[in-house]
Design a protein around this ligand. Structure first.
Ligand SMILES: [Zn+2]
Ligand SMILES: [Zn+2]
Length: 401
């Protein structure tokens, strides 16, 4: 049969001195014309496609092309002194070097990407995600948490191969160790190239025949580990902390993945947070609001004394600069704390307090020159400006605890 084989250059229709680009161009044209997916059931087209593919596989490889130029087809015949058998076209199960060639050609041909990086190279392990609740104050000032977690480690018995010690995992025959298989499918727009994870080896490129008894062939064992999670000051719900190298182990010598800790911050009974600012509401007595003076305000740093001016209205907002949440980048840079003062109207007054308020009301009307038939029935003399302060002091005393 070998004698009847056409010359590879003739098959591709190129000269013996054709460049790589010329070979590729010639093969692409033939592949487009004879691809079995474009000519379903056409045995002749299929044969031509195989012939062209074989020719291209040899001539696009500098070493094989050199051997072919020297020995002709004899270089690749079974039992010959050449590079060994050639095959793997049955069912288009592209394996070995052909996978690269097809990836290259069909990637260009059908608009797919370049063939992906080899699955046999070092690969980083998967990231592990967990969630963690922290208190409002822990989020504001940061905290070091410790957690216990079951982490996968390389099996010490088989060193991660999953194979029984003394045996080796074998290269997956389905994908030739690539971890992926290429299928072409006919669609409305022509043949579409599909790259899928190899179903036999699940993308590892290896098949374990005799499984390691310690890990059951997975290559991993689970170990309980205590891990420190430094939660930075200023973290907020929805953000996560990345602990490098605490994820799943890598394969083929690749690094471990990371541990990603998603943060949920608990609500606080007093403080609300918006980015790096804190908001709270502080009730003040109407006497304090009227007279002004020192009031106590809770901040994340503790209680502070704040002076408010006389005549402070309800819903007055005070800005406490730098009393907010530290920024994650620099904990010395902090947001602000906005305090809304809400004036409390007293309830459940006793008789003395009611009387004082009536007097106060009369006093206020007199002062404003608006004494128009008071309904309080009070007959107490009032309206003298010099008595005002002592009167208000009496009111304050009556309402202070
Ligand atoms: Zn093992
Ligand atoms: Zn495979």
């Amino acid at each position: 049969m070998a004698e009847t084989k056409r010359d590879y250059y003739e098959v591709l229709g190129v000269s013996k001195t054709a460049t790589d680009a010329e070979l590729k161009k010639a093969y692409r044209q033939l592949a487009k014309k004879y691809h079995p997916d474009i000519n379903p059931g056409d045995k002749d087209a299929e044969a031509k496609f195989k012939e062209a593919s074989e020719a291209y596989a040899i001539l696009s490889d500098p070493e094989k092309r050199r051997q072919y130029d020297q020995f002709g087809h004899a270089a690749f015949e079974q039992g010959g002194g050449g590079a060994g058998g050639f095959g793997g076209f049955g069912g288009f199960d592209f394996s070995g070097d052909m996978g690269d060639i097809f990836g290259d050609i069909f990637g260009d041909l059908f608009g797919g990407g370049r063939s992906r990086k080899s699955y046999n190279g070092p690969m980083q392990g998967a990231n592990v995600k967990i969630n963690m609740r922290v208190s409002f104050m822990e989020a504001v000032f940061g905290v070091d948490k410790r957690i216990e977690i079951n982490l996968k480690d390389e099996c010490p018995h088989c060193h991660g191969s999953g194979a029984k010690p003394g045996t080796q995992p074998e290269t997956c025959p389905k994908c030739g160790g690539k971890g992926q298989v290429v299928y072409t499918q006919q669609s409305l727009f022509g043949a579409v190239r599909n790259v899928q994870t190899c179903p036999d080896c699940h993308g590892t490129g290896k098949i374990v025949k005799e499984k390691c008894t310690d890990c059951g062939g997975t290559g991993y064992v689970k170990n309980k580990k205590t891990i420190e999670i430094p939660i930075p000051a200023g973290i907020d719900s929805g953000q996560s902390v990345r602990i490098r190298g605490k994820g799943e182990p890598g394969s083929n010598g690749g690094p471990r993945g990371d541990l990603l800790v998603g943060i949920n911050v608990d609500r606080h009974p007093i403080f609300q947070r918006q980015d790096f600012d804190i908001y709270s509401t502080v009730p003040i007595s109407f006497v304090d609001a009227a007279l002004g003076g020192d009031i106590k305000i809770q901040t994340v740093d503790g209680e502070i004394t704040q002076n408010i001016r006389p005549g402070t209205q309800t819903d007055t907002r005070i800005r406490l600069k730098g009393k907010g949440v530290p920024t994650i980048r620099n904990k010395n840079v902090r947001g602000d704390h906005y305090v809304t003062l809400v004036v409390q109207v007293p309830e459940h007054l006793n008789n003395e307090q009611k009387e004082l308020l009536r007097q106060f009301d009369v006093s206020l009307r007199g002062e404003n020159g608006a004494v128009t038939g008071t309904s309080t029935g009070s007959t107490a003399a009032s309206g003298e400006p010099k008595k005002k302060k002592s009167f208000m002091d009496k009111v304050k005393e009556a309402f202070d605890d």
